[in-house]
Design a protein around this ligand. Structure first.
Ligand SMILES: Cc1cc2nc3c(=O)[nH]c(=O)nc-3n(C[C@H](O)[C@H](O)[C@H](O)COP(=O)(O)OP(=O)(O)OC[C@H]3O[C@@H](n4cnc5c(N)ncnc54)[C@H](O)[C@@H]3O)c2cc1C
Length: 251
């Protein structure tokens, strides 16, 4: 049980529940929550056996959207997601009134190019960020890299195509599928591609101390990628000591 007062919960309605695969889904929700900033997360909860079970989820939606959206993986023995996956349009869902976190553009120092690296559900938060003007106004190039195991996990391709249409020169989107060879996709883990320079040769954009990286997803990927970026002279971004690498860990 989470020690969160009931007054923080807003009862929302499920507008749409989309299954991308058997274990990957996204939910659009109508709920009148306090304003949030792209890059932040909320907490989603259900009452299960008389307990409020809640977990944090990054917003995929942006403040300009007239719905809230999250994307999640169904964890077979998880406490929340198996019940979450049973929800249908019109069902009730609890959303925290407030949003949290500092994985937001205002925390990212100046730089030439913005690299957004995600595995799995980690790409959702970047969809939210890219729906806002800040990344496009602030950086010369924006590179979104999404690593997944199977091609069905390449979510939000329609939305990503809209970004490409709007910013054809500025935006690069790289898909990497590790468990199958797919035309138009790399077949490599993100840390390895940083180490051997594949992303740089694919985009013709050099990683340097003027690059900014935001990384979200699998903790092992994050750890190894940080090490490989440090080997290229980049530093973790801290408020007390600004750097190039800003991360969001999901577990
Ligand atoms: C700041 C923050 C933001 C988050 N945003 C998201 C999000 O946008 N989407 C999302 O799916 N999860 C997100 N999470 C993770 C989420 O809060 C839950 O941990 C997850 O949904 C599992 O909940 P559960 O109760 O079913 O499983 P639990 O009983 O809590 O089991 C947790 C275990 O599930 C696995 N796990 C957790 N998250 C994932 C994941 N995303 N992909 C693969 N395995 C995972 C890990 O092994 C973890 O130890 C976020 C976590 C944090 C801290």
């Amino acid at each position: 049980m989470q020690p969160i007062s009931k007054s923080n919960w807003i009862e929302g309605k499920v507008l749409e529940h989309k299954n991308w695969t058997d274990s990957l889904a996204s939910i659009k929700i109508a709920a009148r929550v306090n304003p949030y900033i792209s890059g932040q997360f909320t907490r989603i909860a259900l009452e299960i056996n008389n307990e409020i079970i809640s977990r944090p989820y990054s917003y995929v939606s942006a403040p300009s959207d007239n719905f809230l959206e999250i994307v999640y993986v169904k964890i077979p023995d998880g406490k929340l997601t198996p019940k979450l996956s049973e929800l249908k349009s019109g069902d009730n869902i609890l959303v925290n009134n407030n949003a949290f976190g500092y994985f937001v553009m205002s925390e990212i120092p100046k730089g030439d190019n913005l690299w957004l690296l995600a595995t799995g559900t980690g790409s959702g938060v970047f969809i939210s960020l890219l729906k806002t003007d800040a990344p496009w106004n602030r950086f010369k190039k924006v590179i979104l890299i999404h690593g997944v195991r199977n091609k069905e996990e390449l979510t939000y391709l329609d939305q990503i195509a809209k970004f490409k249409n709007k910013y054809p020169q500025k935006f690069h989107y790289i898909k990497s599928v590790t468990r199958e060879k797919i035309d138009g996709c790399l077949n490599t883990r993100i840390p390895n591609a940083i180490e051997n320079g594949i992303f740089e040769t694919t985009t013709k954009i050099k990683i340097s101390k003027t690059s900014q990286f935001m990384i979200c997803g699998n903790p092992d990927m994050i750890k190894e990628t940080i090490n490989n970026l440090k080997n290229k002279g980049l530093e973790i971004n801290r408020r007390s000591n600004p750097g190039n690498i800003t991360i969001e860990k999901y577990w």
